[in-house]
Design a protein around this ligand. Sequence first.
Ligand SMILES: C[S@@+](CC[C@H](N)C(=O)[O-])C[C@H]1O[C@@H](n2cnc3c(N)ncnc32)[C@H](O)[C@@H]1O
Length: 194
Amino acid sequence: MVELIPESCTARLDPQKIFGRAAPLHVDLGCGDGAFLFALATRMPEKNFLGVERIAGRVEKACCKADKIDNMRVLRFETGYAVKYLLPERSVEIFHLLFPDPWPKRRHHRRRIVTAGFLRTIWMALKENGILRIATDHLGYFTRISRLAEESSLFAFMQPSGEDDFPASAFEKKFASTGARIYRLELRKVSPVM
Ligand SMILES: C[S@@+](CC[C@H](N)C(=O)[O-])C[C@H]1O[C@@H](n2cnc3c(N)ncnc32)[C@H](O)[C@@H]1O
């Protein structure tokens, strides 16, 4: 089955069982219709790819794509919960968080996915030297995320990959077509100095 239905909402997933093999795991948080993940998974058959998305219609579209290849699965779940409670510790090589909803109004900021706590759970789920890639068109959110990452001391700031290194996601294409500037962050997991 390409759509992952966890046996329990409190037990960690077993990537080896899910994919039928041990391979580096890349996770796309808020994967939408799965176009980005499908392009990536097709490009790198030697790795495992998991999309997390909460909207049923988008999960369905992502599953249609995942059905065509062996190394992509889709989990219909809330991102924060999936990272904190379902992904095993030190299991993920790369997280992609592409165009997370920016909730631009100040009174809605508390709905944003990236918080100090979220970054800690990402850190836990990443393997040593694992990467969190973020892209957004929203400067205010980008600045906020950068500050949270800096304050956390959990990540090193890397030179973001170029546009050609990864396929463009659906929202990236949409924003690029309007000429909007895209802000990128690439954070590498480090061990905090005690
Ligand atoms: C702006 S779209 C970006 C989609 C895709 N990443 C892209 O770049 O084309 C944000 C996506 O994240 C999903 N999403 C937002 N918050 C989420 C959450 N807390 N858990 C799971 N999915 C979420 C939305 O349903 C939507 O599909």
